[in-house]
Ligand binder design. Structure first.
Ligand code: ATP
Ligand code: LTN
Length: 337
């Protein structure tokens, strides 16, 4: 039997951004060759930012379309919407009773996001978000979770919870998952503020490269990326974050190593590199965007992939939840596996 991989993204935007793609999605596609893969659009997580209902529905489908367009193959992998598998919310409740207040309170993403919206705008769902994420992972006896660097702490919590369940409820309760974080692309930075991570929900759209964006805008954003005032093309994360980020993106898409790119651009100006990189990115994203549009324009085909994915996911999730409900001492419900 192949080891299992699980990962997910929130439908919080009308397009994924290049960091989602390079940090996570590229790995998702690769891992299909060696793993049994399960990928979800986590709409319940997205509720923590209280989206408009129609917006959330649209973004859920658009996010799934981008998984498929990027190369997630529904013949080999399961793709489904989190809320279609009710076991996620059920296991999250169980896990919340195994999570310490202090433990949950240490999550830096909660601290950052709640600081941004202020106490009045912060809901309890934002606080328990990492517990729902642990439920997503543990339901599928997941071995490997491909994510970007920002998810490392959440993954640690999932591992701690898994180990705790195995200690308290007996070995074999759940599989302890490993994070799969590819260092070179684990954190793609904002083009305008290259010390902050690129994000779908960034305040300045000029700092983001969106997968579904108009190619002209993509090129414009790259050409106006913030770089330092000297003009030597070199990789130095601390001293030259802007150009280093562009080199990282360039290398990931073009196949040349960062060292090779630095050698190839010796004596050239930042402008040269930006113009070339804009071409590379546009050329790379065009077929993905076209493919995503095809999926978006055939919602029945997309929904049928999601329906089949959810049915199969429920089969696995139901077994895990039944095992854990039994081990914690719940009386089995009639008709429940
Ligand atoms: P939001 O702005 O809604 O927080 P996001 O753009 O940060 O969204 P997520 O849905 O939180 O995206 O992340 C989906 C996946 O993409 C995760 O595995 C995450 O680690 C990865 N990821 C997100 N941003 C980056 C980035 N800038 N570089 C590398 N990986 C990233
Ligand atoms: N929190 C993740 C999204 C996410 C996830 C998961 C990732 C929810 N559940 C399970 C991997 C495995 C994020 O990227 N913000």
């Amino acid at each position: 039997m192949k080891p299992r991989v699980f990962s997910a993204m929130q439908p919080t935007s009308d397009s994924l951004q290049l960091g989602n793609y390079l940090g996570a999605l590229v790995q998702w596609v690769k891992l299909q060759d060696t793993h049994e893969a399960i990928y979800s659009v986590v709409d319940l997580h997205a509720l923590t930012v209280t989206p408009e209902p129609e917006t959330l529905r649209r973004r859920t489908r658009v996010t799934a379309a981008q998984y498929l367009a990027a190369g997630v193959d529904p013949e080999r992998s399961l793709v489904f919407v989190q809320s279609h598998v009710p076991e996620h919310a059920e296991l999250a409740w169980l896990l919340s009773t195994y999570t310490g207040m202090g433990e949950a309170g240490r999550m830096t993403q909660f601290k950052d996001k709640s600081a941004k919206v202020g106490e009045a705008g912060t809901n309890v769902g934002l606080f328990t978000y990492p517990i729902l994420m642990a439920a997503d992972i543990l339901l599928y006896d997941t071995d490997l979770v491909p994510v970007g660097e920002d998810q490392r702490q959440h993954l640690e919590l999932s591992r701690d919870l898994a180990e705790r369940l195995n200690t308290r409820l007996g070995e074999g309760s759940v599989v302890v998952p490993d994070a799969h974080i590819v260092k070179a692309v684990a954190k793609i930075y904002d083009l305008q503020e290259p010390t902050k991570k690129m994000s779908k929900t960034a305040t300045s759209p000029k700092g983001t490269i969106e997968i579904l964006q108009d190619p002209k805008q993509v090129a414009k954003n790259i050409k106006s990326a913030a770089t330092d005032s000297d003009s030597v093309i070199a990789f130095d994360r601390e001293a030259k974050p802007g150009i280093s980020n562009l080199l990282t993106i360039y290398s990931a898409l073009d196949g040349r190593s960062v060292e090779q790119l630095v050698a190839d651009y010796e004596g050239k100006m930042y402008g040269h590199l930006k113009v070339d990189l804009a071409d590379v990115v546009v050329e790379y994203l065009t077929p993905i965007r076209d493919n995503a549009m095809e999926w978006i324009e055939s919602p029945e085909r997309l929904d049928s992939v999601l329906e089949e994915g959810a049915a199969k996911a429920r089969g696995i999730a139901g077994q895990t939840l039944a095992r854990l409900y039994d081990r914690v001492g719940l009386v089995p419900a009639a008709g429940r596996r």
